[in-house]
Design a protein around this ligand. Structure first.
Ligand code: GDP
Length: 295
């Protein structure tokens, strides 16, 4: 994960660590390298620039030039700032409802169905919950099958109504079914399109208004780089979602989405997907991610 970025940041900071004498000039040079590494990893230029000026301000404010171990202090400042940029604290999902309704949104192929299964499995095995999965893709029968296969794998019931063309009605019926049968979490997997379109946005907004979910999660493929951030913005403008799920972090992602999404939409990343299997899910810890990025 983020090998390229980690190597580049390591190189940038290495120069500083190796210097006997640390001057304002090589702090500035180092931060320029850090900025370049971030931009190459698909972090938006403005965010990368703000990031390095904040680190610089803090470095000068903390007398980094006269510190005992200036290189280490710089690494710490970069790490702390990276953690802040990714949200600072861990943000849990809201499970206070009875049942708690979790609405999944995102483009087709982002990993929504896979993540719905992973989340159900996580809640069942780690949080002692009794989740119900709901297939709300009325356009692709294959998507309903896919969710059913996932449900079988993890031993979680899947609610579907093949032929029903009204996702709002399916969602409401699923919640009623959950109430009657003791399910305390309802995860609604919605239809996605390959690109954002008005019909999809209206449909998911209608479901959102009708079921008033405790959590609306936006699922995005981290491999899509800057596009991930743009898509997040478009969905957030319409749904005002509660959290982001970054999938495919096991792939050859450059890391830009993980770093910049929080500052663009001001919503926390809550989980990450790290593989195709049902247990390839992790709670997102900003400081652990910063550790990984800095190698
Ligand atoms: P949906 O259209 O949004 O429901 O997306 P799917 O859940 O069908 O996922 C699309 C593809 O991405 C499938 O082949 C999944 O196996 C794969 N996928 C989903 N999440 C991950 C992940 O975290 N890592 C990897 N490597 N593949 C993933």
């Amino acid at each position: 994960m983020f090998d390229n970025l980690s190597d580049k940041l390591d190189n940038a900071l290495h120069v500083l660590k190796g210097h006997g004498q640390i001057t304002e000039v090589n702090v500035a040079e180092t931060l320029k390298e850090v900025r370049r590494a971030l931009v190459e990893a698909d972090v938006n230029y403005k965010i990368a620039k703000e990031f390095t000026s904040t680190v610089k301000e803090k470095a000068l404010g903390q007398d980094v030039l006269t510190a005992l171990k200036p290189g280490q202090l710089m690494v710490k400042l970069v790490k702390d700032e990276l953690t802040q940029l990714m949200g600072g604290e861990v943000e849990e999902i809201d499970l206070s409802g009875n049942p708690s309704v979790i609405l999944m949104s995102g483009l087709q192929g982002s990993g929504k169905t896979t993540f719905s299964g992973k989340l159900a499995n996580f809640l069942k095995t780690k949080k002692n919950k009794n989740p119900l999965l709901v297939a709300c893709d009325i356009y692709r029968p294959a998507a309903i099958n896919q969710l059913q296969i996932v449900g079988e794998q993890i031993g979680v019931e899947v609610f579907s109504d093949v032929g029903n063309q009204d996702p709002v009605a399916i969602s409401k019926a699923a919640i009623a079914h959950a109430k009657q049968n003791g399910f305390n979490v309802v995860i609604i997997d919605t239809a996605g399109r390959l690109a954002i379109d008005e019909a999809m946005m209206t449909e998911i907004q209608n479901i959102h208004t009708a079921v008033k979910p405790e959590e609306t999660l936006f699922v995005v493929d981290s491999m899509t780089g800057q596009d991930a951030v743009n898509t997040a913005k478009a969905f957030n403008d319409r749904l005002n979602f509660d959290g982001v799920i970054l999938t495919k972090l096991d792939g050859d992602t450059r890391g830009g989405a993980a770093i910049s999404i929080k500052s663009v939409v001001n919503k926390p990343i809550k989980f990450i997907g790290t593989g195709e299997k049902m247990d390839a899910i992790d709670v997102f810890y900003p400081s652990r991610m910063a550790d990984r990025i800095l190698g």
